[in-house]
Design a protein around this ligand. Structure first.
Ligand code: URP
Ligand code: ZN
Ligand code: ZN
Length: 488
């Protein structure tokens, strides 16, 4: 009987702290030795000196979810996790989304029914709360937090989803009391509505006007307001999918004051601009997401914030809609920018884009890459050290990277169900060639080898001081200490 199930030999093992040359030995899905692995294994892989990184953790993913406008995502838990794993991501945290009037408990049950038979890799859930009723706030949410759903997303915009500032304060106070984390989509709803109304009135309905209606100041104002609300109740908060210079500065300043504010950005804000929405007819809808991509100056601000640790996590915000009447363009060529489904796909290309544009171009280092792509996600959302790192006792979720592999992105080579990629034709250098999930070699030589339903549900735990965050955010050791505390 071999001592191990798997040994990866001759690896350059990268974590947030260091690069170690050696072997990784795996038994029962868990890393059981790192260094010089003596003993044999059922299977050996020679990494040939390539980097071996923690499998990515993508903490902002929409799969099998209906948008606020009632449009179903193009990816379910099979195609979504298939796309994830081909891109080096081995854990996803999608949303269980409550629409108004729904029981949160029932919503969670429904998402489990979707995920259980289909997921190829492990997953947790964030909740989306659009209806913080007395039942939700008094019973369902506290019980769900205890059951492992410890983070929830709140919208400040979208008619069907947005909560009032008063409701957000209630939710923040509850999060503080229970030790949970509130994620906020920060855009000023009325500013967007007002601009959109006047644009449409004047016949400006093409996709490019989406980027004008979702003005930078709308993101800046809402970010500032959200942080002020968090400050009032001394609750932690994470601002999702940030795109904009002033909003990023607001986060940086809040953190300098010692506020427990965390922040996320996404591939679309390093790799796309508003010009991408300016295409004939309604084709620009393929690049439509909220907040919209901005310009090269905003991209530079995003890179600066990735480098200096203002951003803790780099997530895909994979929001997949096909370019047809059941997806992006419900009214075909007549679809106005107000009616387009918001969101772009990015699960599979998240890590290659960050590696190629970030590490290869010297904007961030390898350790920051690991922190931003895996470790900080696991720490923030209560999955560390099981996920997000390479350590004895952690799940053997690994990606062997060929840092010299040049790939020209073609949707036909990707594994989602979207039908297009906003990054078509782009060249990236660096690609995960072998991907391992709990010791199973799930992607190798471009082939998938994982059973539908083999992904497992992960319960998140509420953060505590014993889980300091990574090098990309040095001051977060202190900030991560948001244990449960009653407000009153
Ligand atoms: O445009 C986006 N980002 N759509 C997805 C839903 C969301 O707000 O994250
Ligand atoms: Zn959002
Ligand atoms: Zn999203």
């Amino acid at each position: 009987m071999p001592a191990y199930d798997l040994i990866i030999r001759n690896a350059r093992i990268v974590t947030v702290e260091r690069v170690t040359e050696g072997d990784i030995a795996v038994k029962d899905g868990v890393i059981s030795a790192i260094g010089k692995a003596s003993g044999d294994a059922t299977r050996e892989i020679d990494a040939g000196g390539k980097f071996v990184l923690p499998g990515g953790v993508d903490s902002h993913v929409h799969v099998a979810q209906k948008s606020g406008m009632g449009i179903m995502c193009a990816d379910d838990f099979y195609t979504g996790t298939r796309s994830a794993v081909f891109g080096g991501t081995t854990t996803i945290i999608p949303f269980a989304a409550q629409h108004r009037g729904m029981s949160l408990r029932k919503v969670v049950q429904d998402y489990h029914q979707e995920a259980t038979p289909k997921a190829l890799i492990d997953y947790a859930f964030h909740l989306i709360i659009s209806d913080p009723s007395p039942q939700v706030m008094g019973q369902e949410l506290p019980a769900l937090i205890k059951d492992g759903y410890t983070s929830f997303k709140i919208y400040m915009t979208y008619d069907a989803l947005k909560v009032t500032d008063y409701q957000l304060l209630d939710i923040l106070a509850l999060a503080r009391k229970e030790g949970a984390l509130v994620m906020v989509h920060a855009e000023n709803h009325d500013m967007i509505q007002w601009l959109a109304h006047h644009l449409v009135e004047q016949g400006h309905v093409a996709p490019k006007f989406h980027a004008i209606a979702h003005a930078r100041v709308a993101e800046a104002e809402a970010t500032n307001r959200a942080i002020s609300l968090a400050r009032l109740v001394d609750a932690p908060m994470l601002i999702v999918h940030m795109s904009e210079i002033e909003a990023i500065d607001t986060v940086r300043q809040a953190r300098a004051k010692g506020l427990k504010i965390f922040a996320e950005t996404c591939p679309q804000y390093i790799a796309l601009t508003a010009d991408d929405l300016d295409k004939p007819d309604v084709q620009g809808a393929m690049w439509c997401c909220s907040p919209p991509p901005r310009d090269s100056a905003a991209q530079e601000a995003v890179w600066a914030a990735l480098k200096d640790g203002t951003f803790d996590v780099f997530s895909s915000d994979h929001a997949p809609y096909q370019f047809n009447e059941g997806g992006k363009i419900p009214k075909g060529l007549k679809t106005t920018f107000k009616e387009m489904a918001n969101g772009v796909p990015g699960l599979e290309l998240r890590l290659p884009l960050l590696f190629s544009e970030g590490v290869q171009k010297g904007r961030i280092d390898l350790h920051q890459f690991v922190a931003l792509s895996a470790t900080n996600h696991a720490k923030l959302y209560g999955l560390y050290p099981r996920k997000g790192t390479i350590a004895v006792g952690s799940d053997a979720d690994l990606a062997i990277w060929d840092d010299k592999k040049d790939v020209t992105v073609r949707w036909t080579d990707l594994h989602d169900n979207v039908g297009y990629t906003p990054y078509e034709g782009r060249r990236v250098t660096g690609w995960p060639v072998t991907v391992i999930s709990r010791g199973r070699v799930v992607v190798e030589n471009g082939t998938l080898n994982a059973e539908k339903g083999s992904g497992q549900f992960l319960k998140c735990v509420t953060p505590d001081a014993s889980r300091p965050l990574g090098r990309a955010a040095p001051e977060m050791t202190k900030m991560a200490s948001f244990g449960a505390r009653p407000l009153f």
